[in-house]
Design a protein around this ligand. Structure first.
Ligand SMILES: Nc1ncnc2c1ncn2[C@@H]1O[C@H](COP(=O)(O)OP(=O)(O)O)[C@@H](O)[C@H]1O
Ligand SMILES: N[C@@H](CCC(=O)OP(=O)(O)O)C(=O)O
Length: 389
């Protein structure tokens, strides 16, 4: 929203539009059920922000947790069908709590349920963008969650961290605030003696050696790994991120030295490529010869069938796939232009041969360079760099 990218947490009070994501672990009591007091405390902070003139988009988890009590479940369900059923029950209850809590401050909320696809398919993206902007113009606080009931296992995020980053891109947010049950990113598991708070991260290099492997809370899903994926998506598209606990939300929004500040590392870029780089679940792999690896990595070429020696998996045209070298190391991710049924006839063949034999529709690239991101690192939080391949 603002003209310039925020470069420091002290500028947060002047941010015109922020996306705040709150995890299940920050809205629940120790038994994993929704805690209305914690929810109201968060709403108070967000309402204060609105009173100061800032716009707020809330991405809230907690639908599944909100259904545990009412459905008499022993704890958070593990299987997808029960999670989906619980989410449909809990989402209504969650939004009812938000509606009441925001109303105490004279504010209205609008529920928006999104799938990963809605943030990357052009028509869905435009619709979601328009609806969210109109809600904000009307002074409403959008309350967003993943559309768990319709999101199948393949297209589902499961956590809301990456969804929040894509939403930040969608609404052109000035900053993303990730609220969780730890007050900051630590050098190792927060419970391990000697782990220290990381106050500021300028880019992926500052994350080298940081241990995020320990599991998150019992109610949250992604732990720190998906938060760092979220950070990568937002920061690489020019949106800085603050990660802290819900208790520190007011201090973070006031620009105080709390949590971890992740500086923006890139400029606004295609959301489709960000999704491909960080969030898409791939359906298969294409195996390349050395020449094709060099053409992609060094000369940023499209992938032609001639350089492909094999493939794995079942995919449709348009699905995300991994692109690996002869040694199996992933070099890129891309949207494949043919289905896995068609690929066997194309392997190793030149486009002119294919055109002559199969017709003009078969002389296209297997993966176009505009539909590809190169993979430069293998660590999860810095896995891919969404520059056009
Ligand atoms: N290096 C680290 N620094 C901070 N937290 C970490 C780190 N590694 C793992 N974690 C864990 O990540 C958890 C937060 O993730 P999660 O439970 O998914 O929260 P949420 O429900 O807010 O999405 C914390 O409880 C913390 O124990
Ligand atoms: N859509 C789900 C989110 C799942 C979840 O636990 O996410 P998170 O707590 O952000 O890791 C829900 O509302 O329960």
């Amino acid at each position: 929203m603002s003209a310039a990218t925020l470069v420091d947490r002290q500028q947060l009070p002047s941010a015109a539009r922020v996306v705040v994501k709150v995890g299940s672990s920050s809205l629940t009591s120790p038994d994993g059920r929704l805690d209305p007091d914690r929810l109201r405390a968060l709403v108070e902070v967000l309402a204060a922000r609105r009173a100061e003139g800032g716009q707020v988009v809330l991405v809230s988890s907690g639908a599944i947790a909100a259904a545990i009590g009412p459905l008499g479940l022993p704890g958070r369900p593990r299987d997808l069908a029960t999670q989906q059923a619980a989410a449909t029950v809990g989402q209504g209850l969650l939004v009812a709590h938000y509606t009441r809590a925001f109303a105490e401050h004279g504010l209205r909320v609008g529920q928006v349920l999104l799938t990963a696809e809605d943030t990357v398919r052009r028509v869905h993206y435009r619709n979601a963008h328009r609806a969210l902007n109109r809600l904000l113009d009307l002074g409403v606080v959008p309350v967003i969650n993943e559309n768990d009931a319709v999101a199948t296992d393949e297209i589902r995020f499961g956590d809301n961290d990456r969804l929040a980053a894509l939403v930040s891109h969608l609404v052109h947010a000035d900053a993303l605030v990730l609220l969780t049950d730890v007050d900051a990113l630590y050098s190792g598991p927060p419970s391990r003696p000697g782990s220290r708070r990381i106050g500021r991260v300028e880019g992926p290099a500052d994350l080298e050696g940081i241990d995020v492997s320990s599991r998150g809370s019992s109610v949250g899903t992604g732990g720190m790994v998906t938060k760092l994926e979220s950070v990568a998506i937002a920061s690489q598209s020019g949106i800085p991120v603050v990660l802290t606990s819900a208790e520190q939300a007011a201090a973070a929004l006031a620009g105080e030295d709390v949590g971890t500040w992740f500086a923006a590392t890139g400029r606004r870029t295609s959301i489709r490529l960000l999704w491909l780089a960080h969030a898409a679940r791939t359906r298969g792999r294409l195996v390349l010869d050395d020449g094709a690896v060099r053409a992609l990595v060094e000369r940023h070429k499209s992938l032609l069938p001639a350089g492909v020696t094999g493939f794995e998996g079942e995919f449709e045209a348009g699905d995300p796939v991994e692109i690996v070298g002869p040694d199996g190391v992933v070099v890129a991710r891309g949207l494949v232009a043919y289905s896995s049924d068609e690929v066997p006839d194309l392997l190793g063949r030149s486009t002119s041969d294919l055109r002559a034999e199969l017709g003009p529709g078969y002389d296209r690239e297997l993966v176009h360079r505009d539909d590809m991101v190169l993979v430069r690192r293998r660590r999860p939080h810095a896995a891919t760099v969404p520059t056009r391949a």
